[in-house]
Design a protein around this ligand. Structure first.
Ligand SMILES: Nc1nc2c(ncn2[C@@H]2O[C@H](COP(=O)(O)OP(=O)(O)OP(=O)(O)O)[C@@H](O)[C@H]2O)c(=O)[nH]1
Ligand SMILES: [Mg+2]
Length: 634
C-alpha cells in the first residue's frame, strides 16, 4: 500500500489539530498539558486510509505540529520526513508569523507538494473568506504551493464543510508523490521514545529511507550501540516490516528508555559514521540578517538538533536571500548524509534564518586548498552520481576509496556504488585494486613513483639484487591492496621483476666485476679463518684492491646475506664462527649451568675486549642469560 506522510504547518491556534481530528478521528494532542492549555506542544500522529483514483488504497500518516513560536524546534523534529504539507491558515486571522516561518521551513526543506487550507471558514462571512483567500494566494505566489499548482481549500472542522474536497485533493496530491526507494539503506530518525508494559523500549519515527524488519540489527547514532528489532509497527499496527515513508514504531531488545532520545538515528550497523563536520549549500531567507563567517547557529536535521559554527570558505558573510557553500562544525556528532536537508536558526534570539542541503559529511581531515574544496563541492551539488563518485575517489589520491568507505560517504547501498564504479571503470576513469577504488590519474602517478623508487634503490645499492616488497611499499606509502595492484601492473608491463619477496627493475642483475668478486672472497676468507679472534674490519678492507665505497657495499652485501654478522659497532664475525660458539656453549652446559667472564675467556681463548660483546650477543640471542656477574646457559 502506498504510504504518504502529511505534515501540518501554520500559526498557533489556527486549527491544525482540529483539522487532523476532523479528517482522521484521532486527537493528536496526547499530553495532559496540551489538553489543559488547549495548544499543541509536541508533535502528534494520526493516520487515514483513502482510495486512490484507480481504486488503489493510500495510507496517509499525519504528523501534527505545534504552531506556537516557542515550540518551533518540536515542529522541526516532525517536519523532516514529510512528503506533503497542509498549510493551515485560519480564515478569521489570515497570515501570521508562524504561517511564514513554517512555510519558509517547508521550502528550505524542499517539501515539494502540499495544500493550503483555510480553516474556521464557519467563523467568517463569504467576503472575508474571499479576502483571506486572496491574501494567501498572494503569499504563495511563485512557490511550490502557488494557486496554479495546488488548491486553496476552505474548510470547517466544526461543520465538516470542505472536508470531502480536501480528502480528494489529498488523494490527488498523494498519487503524484513518487514512491520512496525502499531498497536504499534504512534510516530512522527517532522522534519519540517510551516504554510499554510487556514490550520494553519502543522508538518511533518516520522511516526516511530503506526498510526495517523484525530481527534486524541496527546501530544507534551517534552513540554506536547495537540494537535488535524485536517488533515492528507501522501506523500503529503490527507489521513484518516497515518501508520508507511509513510512520514506524520499533520495539528494541536490550535497550533502556534512558539510553535513547529524540535526535538519535537508527541505521544499519558498521556502515556509517556520525560526523562533526559537514560541507553544505546554505541559503539564507530574505528576512534574515547577514550571517557572518564563524557565526554560531542552531542546526536541525530530521529530528537531530545541535549547535554549529558556520565556516564560509574565505567569505566574510552571506547576505539575505543568498546561497553559499559553507562548512558546519557541529558541537555534537550527527549522522548526516549527502542530500539531507537541514534548517538553521539564529543563535539568539532564536528564529529560523535559513537552511540547505548536505553535500559532503566526510570532509578530508587534512587541509584542502579552498579552491579545490569548492570545485569538489560544486560537483557534489550539481554533478551526476558518476561525477560525484569519481570526485570522491579522486580526492583520496593514491590511498583510494574503499567500496565500504564509499557507501559510508554517499549513503548508497553497496550494489549502487559497485555499479557506478563499474561504469567509471569501463570509461577508464578509475582503477579497482581489490576493494579499493582509485582514480586513473592517481594510479598512473603511483606506477611512476614505484618505478622511480626501484631505480633509485638500484642506483644507491648497485650490489644488491633488489628491494624487498615491504620496504618498497613503505617507501611508497601505499596500502597493501593498492601496492599489490601497482606491482602486478608493473610486472605485467615488464617494467619490474619479482623474485620471491624481492622487487627489481626488469632485466637487472647484479654484475660483480672481477676485482669486486675477488675482494668479496678475501673478506669472507679473512673472517672464516679467524674464528672468534677476528681482525678489525677496517684492516681487512684496507688491504683490498677496490675503493672504500665499493668495499663497504661488499660488506653490506655479506651482512645482508648473513655470511658475516655484526655483533657490535666494530666487531664482525663469520657466521660459522658464531655457530661453532653456540655448539661449544651447549657442550659447556652439560658440565655447568653457569659460566662467568673468566671461564668464557678460557673456553674461547678470546680477550676481554671480545668476550664482553660476544656474551652480550649470546644474551640477545637467548643462548645465555645474565645473572649478576655470571651467565646462565639456557
Ligand atoms: N469554529 C471553528 N473552530 C475551530 C475550527 N478549527 C479549530 N477550531 C478551534 O480553534 C481552536 C484551536 O484549534 P487547534 O486545532 O487546537 O489549533 P492548532 O492549530 O492545532 O493550535 P496549535 O497546535 O497550538 O498551534 C480550538 O478551540 C478549536 O476548537 C473550525 O474549523 N471552526
Ligand atoms: Mg495543534
Amino acid at each position: 500500500m502506498k504510504s504518504v506522510i502529511v505534515g501540518t504547518a501554520g500559526h498557533v491556534d489556527h486549527g491544525k489539530t482540529a483539522l487532523v481530528k476532523a479528517l482522521t478521528g484521532i486527537d493528536t494532542d496526547r499530553l495532559e498539558e496540551e489538553k489543559r492549555r488547549g495548544i499543541t506542544i509536541d508533535i502528534g500522529f494520526a493516520h487515514l486510509d483513502l482510495t486512490g483514483p484507480d481504486g488503489e488504497p493510500i495510507r496517509l500518516g499525519f504528523v501534527d505540529v505545534p504552531g506556537h513560536e516557542r515550540f518551533v524546534r518540536n515542529m522541526l523534529a516532525g517536519v523532516g520526513g514529510i512528503d506533503l504539507v497542509l498549510l493551515v491558515v485560519a480564515a478569521d486571522e489570515g497570515i501570521k508569523p508562524q504561517t511564514r516561518e513554517h512555510f519558509d521551513i517547508c521550502r528550505l526543506l524542499s517539501v515539494r507538494r502540499g495544500i493550503a487550507v483555510l480553516t474556521k471558514s464557519d467563523l467568517v462571512d463569504r467576503e472575508t473568506l474571499e479576502v483571506v483567500k486572496l491574501e494567501v494566494e498572494e503569499f504563495l505566489r511563485g512557490s511550490f504551493l502557488s494557486a496554479r499548482k495546488a488548491p486553496i481549500i476552505p474548510v470547517s472542522s466544526v461543520s465538516g464543510a470542505g472536508l470531502e474536497r480536501l480528502k480528494h485533493a489529498l488523494v490527488a496530491a498523494a498519487a503524484e508523490i513518487p514512491a520512496r526507494d525502499s531498497s536504499a539503506l534504512p534510516r530512522l530518525p527517532i522522534d519519540r521514545v517510551f516504554s510499554m508494559k510487556g514490550f520494553g523500549t519502543v522508538v518511533t519515527g518516520t522511516l526516511v529511507a530503506g526498510s526495517i524488519q523484525k530481527e534486524d540489527e541496527l546501530e544507534v547514532f551517534p552513540k554506536g550501540d547495537r540494537v535488535r528489532v524485536r517488533g515492528v509497527q507501522v501506523h500503529g499496527a503490527a507489521a513484518e516490516k516497515a518501508v520508507a515513508g511509513q510512520r514506524t514504531a520499533l520495539n528494541l531488545a536490550s535497550m533502556q528508555k534512558d539510553d535513547l532520545e529524540r535526535g538519535m538515528t537508527l541505521a544499519p550497523p558498521s556502515t556509517f559514521h556520525a560526523t562533526w563536520r559537514a560541507d553544505v549549500s546554505l541559503s539564507l531567507l530574505p528576512s534574515a540578517k547577514p550571517l557572518k563567517d564563524r557565526a554560531r547557529v542552531h542546526l536541525h536535521a530530521y529530528t537531530a538538533e545541535t549547535v554549529a559554527e558556520v565556516i564560509l570558505n574565505g567569505q566574510k558573510q552571506i547576505g539575505p536571500a543568498q546561497t553559499s557553500l559553507a562548512q558546519l562544525r557541529l558541537s555534537d556528532p550527527v549522522l548526516l548524509l549527502p542530500g539531507d536537508r537541514f534548517i538553521v536558526r539564529q543563535f539568539s534570539p532564536v528564529v529560523t534564518i535559513g537552511g540547505g542541503v548536505v553535500l559532503d559529511a566526510s570532509p578530508l581531515a587534512r587541509k584542502v586548498v579552498v579552491e579545490d574544496r569548492i570545485l569538489f563541492l560544486e560537483k557534489m551539488d550539481k554533478g551526476s552520481p558518476e561525477e560525484a563518485l569519481a570526485a570522491r575517489i579522486a580526492r583520496r589520491g593514491k590511498s583510494g576509496l574503499s567500496v565500504a568507505a564509499a557507501v559510508a560517504e554517499t549513503g548508497w547501498p553497496k550494489e549502487r556504488v559497485s555499479s557506478i564504479a563499474a561504469a567509471l571503470l569501463a570509461q577508464q576513469k578509475i582503477v579497482r585494486a581489490n576493494e579499493v577504488l582509485l582514480s586513473e590519474e592517481a594510479f598512473r602517478g603511483a606506477l611512476d613513483e614505484a618505478l622511480i623508487a626501484v631505480k633509485a634503490f638500484h642506483q644507491y645499492n648497485p650490489l644488491v639484487e633488489g628491494i624487498s616488497r615491504e620496504a618498497l611499499r613503505e617507501r611508497l606509502d601505499l596500502s597493501v591492496e593498492v601496492f599489490s595492484t601497482i606491482l602486478d601492473q608493473l610486472v605485467k608491463d615488464k617494467k619490474l621483476e619479482l623474485t620471491g619477496e624481492q622487487v627489481r627493475a626488469a632485466g637487472r642483475t647484479v654484475v660483480m666485476k672481477d676485482d669486486e668478486a675477488e675482494s668479496k672472497n678475501i673478506i669472507e676468507r679473512a673472517f672464516a679463518s679467524a674464528g672468534l679472534k677476528v681482525p678489525a674490519l677496517k684492516d681487512v678492507l684496507a688491504g683490498l684492491k677496490v675503493d672504500k665505497a665499493r668495499a663497504q657495499k661488499i660488506v653490506t652485501l655479506l651482512l645482508r646475506d648473513k655470511v658475516l654478522v655484526k655483533i657490535s659497532e666494530d666487531l664482525v664475525f663469520h657466521r660459522e664462527a658464531l655457530n661453532d660458539l653456540r655448539s661449544r656453549m651447549l657442550v659447556q652446559k652439560a658440565k655447568s649451568e653457569k659460566i662467568d667472564v673468566a671461564q668464557f675467556k678460557d673456553l674461547t681463548g678470546v680477550s676481554r675486549k671480545y668476550a664482553i660483546p660476544l656474551l652480550e650477543y649470546l644474551d640477545r640471542e637467548r643462548v645465555t642469560r645474565r645473572v649478576g656477574d655470571a651467565r646462565e646457559i639456557l
